[in-house]
Unconditional design. Structure first.
Length: 168
């Protein structure tokens, strides 16, 4: 039986279709320990560091960027940190976990974060692919717009000839 990586209590498996096919679920955190880990909504976080902006006073937020990042950018360190994706708030539970992970060598704790980190990574990849497709589409539309402008200018200037590159 798997045990919680933090409190070592037995993990009660969730009955799902996947667990019927693969009964050996990887170890993780129990529901009680997981409750202290507060996920950050990516739509409500700092555009640079990923800090949860729902817990920051509005006076410390400017155009979707927290005060610390704004100050960092204005200090001449602009562009050093382009984007960070945080999954959880850095609260007391996370501080305890990071202390155990970093300073006591409890590297096995990383397995407890695996499902959430994989989900975040996959979402980020999907978002980046969408943004790339949007940039490509915008670039094609810009090129088509420039071509159309050249053709319209030729017509407006009285040049009735077809451009050499157009089809006949």
């Amino acid at each position: 039986m798997n045990r919680c990586l933090l409190c070592h209590e037995p993990l009660i498996p969730t009955l799902r279709f996947q667990s019927l096919l693969s009964p050996d679920e990887p170890a993780g955190f129990c529901d009680s320990c997981r409750q202290g880990l507060i996920k950050i909504d990516r739509k409500k976080c700092c555009a640079i560091c990923g800090r949860d902006l729902t817990i920051v006073a509005p006076s410390f937020i400017s155009q979707g960027v927290c005060f610390d990042c704004k100050r960092w950018e204005e200090s001449g360190m602009s562009g050093v940190l382009q984007r960070n994706y945080s999954v959880y708030q850095y609260n007391e539970r996370m501080k305890m976990l990071m202390t155990a992970f970093k300073f006591r060598g409890d590297a096995v704790l990383a397995q407890g974060f695996k499902p959430d980190f994989q989900a975040a990574y996959n979402q980020i990849r999907r978002d980046l692919k969408k943004a790339e497709k949007r940039r490509e589409r915008t670039g094609r539309m810009h090129a088509q717009s420039q071509k159309m402008t050249r053709l319209m200018n030729q017509v407006k200037n009285g040049d009735g000839r077809r451009p050499a590159s157009s089809c006949t």
